[in-house]
Design a protein around this ligand. Structure first.
Ligand SMILES: NC(=O)c1ccc[n+]([C@@H]2O[C@H](COP(=O)([O-])OP(=O)(O)OC[C@H]3O[C@@H](n4cnc5c(N)ncnc54)[C@H](O)[C@@H]3O)[C@@H](O)[C@H]2O)c1
Length: 317
């Protein structure tokens, strides 16, 4: 079997996806690509680790050559709130970095998985039951790079036959690696603070619904799509995938069921609130269900129970 490269492997999704892929396909077959952030001992010592800056095409080419890579899970990116702080860098990493990966994939006949995001939508998109194919006019640099990425992946498939695939992830909730500066980070922070301090100040306004997903489902989505029979795929990139949708007070109520002393108040951050209001309340993911059998396992209550249980162990509480 040809090997797998994960770019951005030290990040929230990459750190868990790399270990998941190593379990599934053999540790030596999965190369973790990092950049500045120090990898965990587990990530660094359980299989090959290489520094790969995706804005440097030679660096991408070198690692793909060296390990005879057949599939790239391209996770290196700047997330929504960070991207608003440095839009030019976000374009460079999210778009030029992706083109580099696609170019190397074209030369070396690699398959490529690239996540898009609920951030690829904007105010003019229908925000309830957001269709698979709809208006996409995002007002953030993150969203602009994500729509561009969706189109580039489609283009490389249509023009060059590169096997590109991808999903639009909602906010991802996990207990292993903290999130990297997105708008939905509150849905992770709330668990840490509930366990440590029994209270949390939320930067997103009451009533703001967003799509979210627990990490095990996010990993399953990536691998199921990459293993799906290509002949069943009508869409290849940017599949809507959803698992649960909630507003801050709903997740707070769920946490309170497990930690009765928990309380939450609000101190709204206008930047992230503005971004959240332009994103879907919940997406229609029927295309993913029909074309490759997408089915999430965790809802809000199951995810909350598991998060508290796992985080209590992690935090020694
Ligand atoms: N986490 C979420 O809630 C979420 C939701 C929707 C989509 N996504 C998408 O999933 C992917 C992974 O997200 P994540 O949450 O793991 O992000 P993250 O910020 O936790 O990790 C991204 C990693 O990319 C690295 N990176 C930055 N610039 C780089 C460069 N030039 N070359 C190589 N690596 C570089 C960062 O150091 C970081 O480790 C991204 O494409 C993101 O847009 C994430």
């Amino acid at each position: 079997m040809k090997r797998i490269l994960v770019t951005g492997s030290v990040g929230q999704i990459g750190s868990e996806l790399t270990m998941f892929l190593r379990d599934r396909y053999g540790a030596d077959n999965v190369v973790a690509g990092g950049r500045k952030t120090k990898p965990s001992e587990e990530l660094k010592n359980s299989g090959p680790f290489e520094i790969v800056d995706c804005t440097d095409i030679e660096a991408v080419r070198k690692v793909v050559d060296k390990y005879d890579i057949g599939t790239i899970y391209h996770l290196a990116a700047l997330l929504s709130a960070v991207a608003e702080g440095n839009p030019q860098l976000a374009w460079n990493v999210n778009v030029n970095g992706l083109i580099n990966v696609l170019e190397v994939a074209r030369e070396h006949n690699c398959s490529v998985f690239t996540p898009s995001s609920i951030g690829a939508f904007g105010h003019s998109t229908p925000l309830d039951n957001t269709p698979q194919d709809t208006i996409q006019r995002p007002g953030t640099m993150y969203g602009i790079t994500k729509v561009s990425g969706e189109l580039l992946c489609d283009y490389y498939y249509q023009k060059y036959g590169v096997d590109t695939r991808g999903v639009r992830y909602p906010g991802i909730i996990s207990y292993v690696t903290p999130p990297g500066g997105g708008t939905t980070d509150y849905a992770v922070e709330i668990f840490y603070e509930a366990i440590k301090k029994k209270k949390y100040t939320c930067y997103i306004k009451e009533g703001t619904k967003l799509d979210m997903m627990y990490m095990p489902d996010a990993l399953k989505a990536a691998v199921d799509l990459m293993e799906a029979d290509a002949k069943n795929l009508k869409h290849r990139n940017a599949f809507n995938v959803s698992a649960m949708s909630f507003a801050p007070e709903e997740i707070a109520a769920e946490v309170k069921k497990i930690i009765p002393e928990f309380t939450m108040d609000y101190d709204v951050d206008p930047l992230r609130q503005g971004i959240a209001e332009s994103w879907p309340n919940y997406m229609d993911d029927s295309a993913a269900r029909e074309e490759w059998g997408w089915k999430p396992e965790y809802n809000l209550s199951e995810m909350s129970k598991d998060m508290v249980e796992k985080l209590r162990i992690k935090l020694g509480n």
